[in-house]
Design a binder for this molecule. Structure first.
Ligand SMILES: Cc1cc2nc3c(=O)[nH]c(=O)nc-3n(C[C@H](O)[C@H](O)[C@H](O)COP(=O)(O)OP(=O)(O)OC[C@H]3O[C@@H](n4cnc5c(N)ncnc54)[C@H](O)[C@@H]3O)c2cc1C
Length: 429
């Protein structure tokens, strides 16, 4: 009996851990196309910015797998899955059989078509989704005396990369197609605080714009924006998003929409094949629709559920919510849940302090807190996150929610009791 897991990100690792917890005997084999397993992707920008060293990158070091009798094959890329024969084919032509298979291949960076751009041939153009990218960019900066960079995309990965480049002393220009940075989670006010903090650190932020041409022969020398602006640069980071990494499943019969379609047990349409993490599209029966939430905690939880079910314990995934916590240009930010004001029938509570560069927004729907944004002051964000995750009716203490000292003491007795009894652990996390 062999459990085969493609991918050593949080989804794959969480699954392997749960399987081993339930099944001490059978083989668990993990494959990764990368040279290293068990490192933390959210830290690769901090590694570039020299804020974390190599040791801290491993949240599951190599001995961890050995100790649990989990085998890992690195630099092994799967190019095909054959469910009829229950095997996968690797790039080197090896056939590896499985009894139960987990697809946990994460996301692939999206690279737009731009005149003059061929990232595999032009030096100085990088995407930024793997530890190797971080090392390659660091080396390129040193080898080429890079002092300025352009980052295409003002989302989470683009801004985290910008932060790292600023730490290294580079002058950075961000080019963002939408009218503001972090547009998926932030409204204009929240974006403006972060934008002006970036500008104070010498960063250019060009919104409502994009790159239409890249110049340079062997190495990039310049980018041309839609607005006509030209920016000289030796380094371009493309960070406009990721898409589920599912191309190798084309002939497999595994149902793929945007990602691999899974039910609440993380099962695909094919028996004994499961999927989890950024590559999976979870059908949420409560919402009646599928979605992919490409964040670490969701990937980990989905992996855990997949692991339980692969090892024979029937467990259902309850669905996740978007959640991000990031410090940009010295401004701490957190966004949780549905933060968009465009959602129908919502009530918005806001607090703003220009002096302190602080902004807080809460989104309430049907008496429940469904989203929150904190910029500049993230104290107590955990309590609001708990209220969102637990779907607590906040109607009775709504007026207290925006108090500066809002805390557990303002919650109704019944909730505090549940908290004391450990039923609502998440509130304290
Ligand atoms: C720069 C950056 C910063 C981020 N910051 C945050 C953050 O602050 N907070 C947050 O919540 N999330 C963050 N994320 C997102 C988070 O890292 C992902 O959501 C999470 O890693 C997804 O986990 P996963 O297991 O689904 O896939 P991944 O972690 O992407 O792992 C995929 C695995 O599959 C392997 N693989 C892929 N294709 C193949 C193949 N064909 N054959 C064999 N192996 C294959 C890869 O080598 C890898 O081991 C960040 C991501 C990036 C890139």
């Amino acid at each position: 009996m062999r459990y085969l897991i493609i991918g050593t990100g949080p989804a794959g690792i969480a699954a392997a851990e749960k399987i081993r917890g339930l099944d001490e005997e059978n083989e668990i084999l993990m494959l990764t196309s990368e040279e290293i397993a068990g490192y933390s992707k959210p830290l690769i920008t901090y590694f570039l910015g020299r804020k974390v060293n190599e040791d801290r990158m491993f949240y599951r070091p190599p001995w961890y797998f050995e100790e649990r009798n989990i085998s890992v094959m690195t630099s092994t890329k799967v190019i095909e899955v054959n469910p009829a024969k229950k095997l996968v084919i690797t790039e080197s032509g090896e056939a590896i059989n499985y009894d139960r298979l987990l697809i946990a291949t994460g996301g692939l960076p999206i690279v737009p078509e731009i005149e003059g751009l061929n990232p595999s041939e032009m030096e100085g153009v990088f995407t930024f989704t793997q530890w190797k990218d971080s090392k390659d960019v660091a080396k390129y900066i040193t080898d080429n005396d890079v002092t300025e960079a352009v980052v295409l995309g003002g989302g989470l990965i683009g801004l985290k990369t910008t932060e790292a480049l600023l730490e290294l002393g580079l002058k950075v220009s961000i080019v963002e197609l939408s009218d503001r940075i972090l547009s998926n989670t932030f409204d204009k006010k929240a974006s403006m605080i972060v934008t002006s903090a970036l500008q104070k650190r010498g960063c250019n932020v060009y919104t409502n714009d994009t790159i239409v041409q890249v110049k340079g022969k062997k190495k990039i020398t310049k980018v041309v924006l839609k607005s006509g602006r030209e920016i000289k640069t030796k380094l371009l980071i493309i960070a406009i998003g990721v898409k589920p990494n599912v191309g190798f499943l084309k002939e497999s019969g595994v149902r793929v929409n945007r990602g691999v379609v899974v039910n609440e047990h993380m099962e695909t349409n094919i028996t004994d094949i499961f999927a989890a993490g950024d590559c999976a599209e979870f059908y949420d029966p409560r919402l009646g629709k599928s979605s992919t939430i490409a964040i670490w905690p969701v990937a980990f939880s989905e992996g855990e559920v997949a692991g339980y079910n692969m090892a024979g314990e029937r467990v259902s995934y309850q669905g996740g919510i978007p959640m991000n916590s990031v410090e940009i240009a010295g401004v701490a930010t957190i966004s949780v849940g549905n933060t968009s004001a465009e959602v129908e029938n919502v009530e918005i509570l806001e607090y703003e302090s220009d002096k302190r560069s602080v902004y807080k927004k809460l989104v309430i729907k049907d008496g429940k807190l469904v989203g929150a944004v904190f910029v500049g002051d993230i104290d107590r964000a955990g309590i609001y996150t708990g209220l969102i995750l637990q779907k607590v009716d906040v109607s009775s203490f709504k007026d207290d929610l925006m108090r500066d000292d809002f805390g557990l003491v303002y919650l109704p007795k019944e909730y505090r009791k549940k908290l004391m009894e450990g039923e609502l652990k998440v509130w304290l996390e």
